[in-house]
Design a protein around this ligand. Structure first.
Ligand code: NAG
Ligand code: NAG
Ligand code: NAG
Ligand code: NAG
Ligand code: NAG
Ligand code: NAG
Length: 416
């Protein structure tokens, strides 16, 4: 075929593609129109993101990332700390030169987050204190950003356009709850983002774009911090939680008992994914650009679990039941199997006693197959005396042969 024919073919293909595609839709700067945009599928499939709060607050790294506002509001704890350690005229801005990031290696971070099983990263380019603090010489390979201006609102929107054009983020996670829709013109920004920006086909945004938008309007719903409703939601949502229970930014005054354990992180992960959410797991890097080893350990433990059990998490969708109707601490997800049927995954947050484990939600058929991820061979099962439910025979597995720690996945094929 000559090049002429080829050119003709391409132009027909273009027509076919544009006749049913997102490119044809023009979003208008109102919530009805903006909310009608389908979320790019990569986001729901990815399930797990890392959230990084990093800024001038990482320099004092004391109390929380709200150091400045707490100090302004007369926090006794912060006043005493400042009085003891700094000259009387020291201001919050004087911390800025110490935000040295001298040990920051973006490749190490990217390796760690990939190892943790995360599919996206959201980092503060700007926190409520108003500093745009991303060190521009270091480009981070996973584009994403978080914006949260409570100050300089007239400044925020031009900066947003600039950031999108320069960094082409995949996620824009706004924390501008009050006043944003009127002062910022967020609907106009989002219409531009969805229609004309360089990331219009891939970008996802959250819901904190103005007075009454949280939990209602935008892309996915982030609602409140640590949002985890425990039941299936109509729209895609995200559970943003922090491993340090008291702070999103790094703080040197954290003690071990204030950090989430792996069991607690797994419970958040599994319950969230079962109910249709994504998790956005926060760590606070240090002022010099490190992620301290205790957070690194949590993230690597998570990654090791996902390496074995990721098929029960990534690209899954909620099943008919989110948690078991009878047995506590059991959460379900589902996915089309390679044979075309449906695989149902039950993640057990407690290791059951050997013998029969009764699960109330699955209904077996004569061809039902039950496996334990990471354990060779099939598990025996029997019909329960009830119409619904199944008894799974949990084998006695020596401790050193357990497939993993923290949570265990039963996979069901050919259920009714
Ligand atoms: C366009 O695509 C959607 C989703 O794939 C489909 O449901 C719809 O029927 C298509 N419309 C036309 C006109 O082909
Ligand atoms: C960026 O790099 C240049 C050249 O190495 C240096 O002069 C400048 O201070 C750096 N800027 C930042 C924000 O680190
Ligand atoms: C948003 O909330 C702020 C503060 O409560 C108020 O001043 C402003 O009028 C509100 N705007 C809209 C559009 O409701
Ligand atoms: C949200 O909207 C309701 C009415 O729809 C209004 O009464 C309320 O003041 C709004 N909230 C804010 C913070 O503006
Ligand atoms: C299932 O989850 C819901 C919501 O978290 C909870 O109220 C219910 O008790 C759970 N069911 C069992 C059997 O634990
Ligand atoms: C399943 O049952 C058979 C027959 O009782 C037994 O030999 C086998 O060990 C059982 N398998 C497991 C994984 O429990």
């Amino acid at each position: 075929m000559g090049s002429h024919t080829f050119g003709y073919f391409v132009s027909i293909l273009t027509i076919v593609l544009t006749s049913n595609c997102s490119y044809c839709v023009k979003y208008e700067p109102n919530w009805d129109s903006l909310d009608s945009r389908p979320l790019p599928t990569w986001y729901d499939e990815g399930k797990i993101g890392i959230f990084l709060h990093w800024g001038i607050f990482s320099v004092p790294s004391f109390g929380s990332e709200w150091f400045w506002i707490s100090w302004e509001q007369g926090s006794k704890k912060i006043e005493a700390y400042m009085k003891k350690n700094y000259k009387p005229d020291f201001t919050y801005q004087d911390f800025a030169p110490d935000f040295t990031v001298d040990l920051f290696n973006p490749n190490d971070w990217a390796d760690l987050f990939q190892d943790a099983g995360a599919k996206y990263v959201v980092l503060t380019t700007k926190h409520h204190e108003g500093f745009t603090n991303w060190p521009s010489n270091h480009s981070f390979s996973w584009n994403a950003m978080d914006v949260g201006p409570k100050r300089d609102l007239s400044k925020a929107i031009p900066e947003l356009y600039e950031l999108v054009n320069n960094y082409q983020p995949d996620v824009i996670w706004s924390d501008g709850a009050v006043g944003a829709d009127t002062y910022w013109k967020s609907p106009e920004f989002l219409a531009w983002l969805y229609n004309d920006s360089p990331v219009k086909d891939t970008v996802v945004v959250n819901d904190r774009w103005g007075n009454n938008t949280s939990c209602k309007h935008g892309g996915f719903l982030s609602c409140s911090d640590r949002y985890n409703p425990g039941k299936l939601q109509k729209r895609k949502w995200e559970n943003a939680f922090t491993i340090d229970m008291n702070s999103w930014g790094h703080r040197r005054d954290a003690v071990l008992s204030q950090l989430l354990t792996m069991e607690e992180i797994m419970a958040q992960l599994v319950s969230t994914i079962s109910c249709g959410g994504n998790v956005l797991i926060n760590v606070g890097p240090t002022k010099d650009g490190r992620i301290v080893p205790i957070f690194e350990e949590r993230l690597r433990d998570l990654g090791a679990w996902l390496k074995l059990n990721g098929e029960a998490i990534y690209s899954t969708r909620p099943w008919t039941y989110q948690n078991d109707t009878v047995t506590p601490h059991v959460w379900y997800t589902a996915k089309k199997s390679s044979q075309g049927g449906l695989s149902v995954y039950a993640t057990l947050l407690r290791w059951p006693d050997p013998g029969n484990l009764f699960l109330g939600s699955p209904t077996p058929t004569s061809s039902t197959r039950v496996t334990l991820l990471g354990y060779e061979g099939k598990l025996n099962w029997s019909q329960a005396s009830t119409a619904q439910g199944i008894n799974v025979n949990i084998p006695l597995i020596p401790f050193n042969r357990m497939p993993c720690k923290y949570a265990w996945v039963l996979k069901f094929d050919n259920l009714a």
